[in-house]
Design a protein around this ligand. Structure first.
Ligand SMILES: Nc1ncnc2c1ncn2[C@@H]1O[C@H](COP(=O)(O)OP(=O)(O)OP(=O)(O)O)[C@@H](O)[C@H]1O
Ligand SMILES: [Mg+2]
Length: 292
C-alpha cells in the first residue's frame, strides 16, 4: 500500500478485506431482520417436501393453499424450486411481481384470501435453465424469503424441489418453525426416497405433520374399474413404520393435470370428485394438529 505521507502511513488501516467482511456481516444481519420481520406476521408455515421428484409436491401445495384460502384463512403460497418452479404455472402467474416503495416484492393476489409468489418471478426468461451451485442457491432463497412483503397471514405454504439438498435445508434453516408435509406415491421406488426425507426431517428437527400418499389409484372413466397405477398402501405403511401421521391418500385424476396446467387448482373448482373429497380429509387431518 502506498501512502501519501508519513501520518497516513502511521494510521491503523486494518486488513484491506476487513471492510468487505463488515459489509457482508451488516448485509446478513439486515437480511436476517427482514426475514424475522416478514415471518413474524405469519401464524403457521407448512413446508411441503419429498425425496422424490414428480410425486405431486407442487400440486399438493397449490391445492392445500387453495383449500385453506377457500375456508377463509389468509394464505400465502411460495415456491423455492429454483430449477423447476411450477407454482407460477399452477396459479396462473404470468407477469413479474410488483415492487413496493420500500423495495419489497408484492405477492400476487390470485383469490380473495390467497397470495402467491414464485421464485420464477425473479427470472427474466422463464425457459432459461438456472445453473447455480449450493451457496448461490442458498443466498438466493434467503434473499427471496426476506424480500417478500406478505403482510398478515394465517398460513404460508412452501413448495420445495425434490430431494434433501440445498433448497429444503435452506428453508428449514431460514424458517425453523415450519411444519413438514411429506408427499409420496405408493410404490417402493418412491418410498425408498421418502424414508430419506423422513430421516432428513428428524436430522434437521423439522416437526412433521405427516405423510400424503398421492396418485394412489385410478378409476377408469369408461369401465370404472379401479387400477392401482403405482401399487397401493405404501404411504400408510411407511407412516406407521416411522411413527408419523398418515394424512390421507389422493387418487390419480386426469382433471388434476388439466387444472394444474390451466392455473386453477382443483380445490378452487366447486366440483365433487374423489380427489377433492380425499383432499378435504387431508386438510382436516392437518388442521386438527394446528392450534388456530
Ligand atoms: N393426484 C393426481 N392425479 C393426476 N395428476 C396428478 C396428481 N398429482 C399430481 N399430478 C400431476 O403430476 C405432475 C407432477 O406433479 P407435480 O408437479 O405436483 O409434482 P412435483 O412433486 O412438484 O414435481 P417436481 O419434483 O418436479 O417438483 C403434474 O402434471 C401434476 O398435474
Ligand atoms: Mg414441484
Amino acid at each position: 500500500m502506498i501512502h501519501s505521507n508519513v501520518d497516513s502511513a502511521k494510521k491503523p488501516q486494518g486488513c484491506p478485506s476487513q471492510n468487505k467482511g463488515q459489509d457482508m456481516a451488516a448485509k446478513q444481519k439486515k437480511e436476517e431482520e427482514a426475514i424475522k420481520n416478514s415471518l413474524s406476521k405469519i401464524k403457521h408455515k407448512i413446508f411441503v417436501l419429498s425425496g422424490k421428484g414428480g410425486v405431486g409436491k407442487s400440486s399438493v401445495s397449490a391445492n392445500l393453499a387453495a383449500s385453506l384460502s377457500k375456508q377463509g384463512y389468509k394464505t400465502g403460497l411460495m415456491d423455492v424450486d429454483v430449477h423447476g418452479p411450477s407454482i407460477a404455472q399452477m396459479l396462473g402467474l404470468t407477469e413479474l411481481l410488483d415492487i413496493s416503495a420500500n423495495q419489497m416484492l408484492l405477492p400476487k393476489q390470485v383469490a380473495e384470501n390467497l397470495k402467491v409468489v414464485s421464485v420464477q418471478a425473479l427470472m427474466q426468461d422463464k425457459d432459461q435453465a438456472i445453473i447455480w451451485r449450493g451457496p448461490a442457491k442458498t443466498g438466493m432463497i434467503r434473499q427471496f424469503v426476506s424480500s417478500v412483503d406478505w403482510g398478515e397471514l394465517d398460513f404460508l405454504i412452501i413448495d420445495a424441489p425434490p430431494g434433501t439438498g440445498d433448497e429444503p435445508l435452506t428453508v428449514v434453516q431460514t424458517i425453523p418453525e415450519a411444519l413438514g408435509v411429506i408427499v409420496t406415491t405408493p410404490q417402493e421406488v418412491a418410498l425408498a426416497d421418502i424414508r430419506k426425507s423422513i430421516s432428513f426431517c428428524k436430522t434437521v428437527r423439522l416437526k412433521t405433520l405427516g405423510i400424503v400418499e398421492n396418485m394412489a389409484g385410478f378409476s377408469c372413466p369408461h369401465c370404472h374399474q379401479h387400477i392401482d397405477l403405482f401399487s397401493s398402501g405404501g404411504g400408510e405403511k411407511t407412516a406407521k413404520a416411522s411413527g408419523l401421521e398418515f394424512l390421507g391418500s389422493l387418487p390419480f385424476e386426469t382433471k388434476v393435470v388439466a387444472s394444474g396446467d390451466s392455473g386453477t387448482p382443483m380445490m378452487f373448482n366447486n366440483e365433487d370428485t374423489a380427489f377433492t373429497r380425499a383432499f378435504d380429509t387431508i386438510v382436516q387431518n392437518i388442521l386438527k394438529q394446528i392450534k388456530l
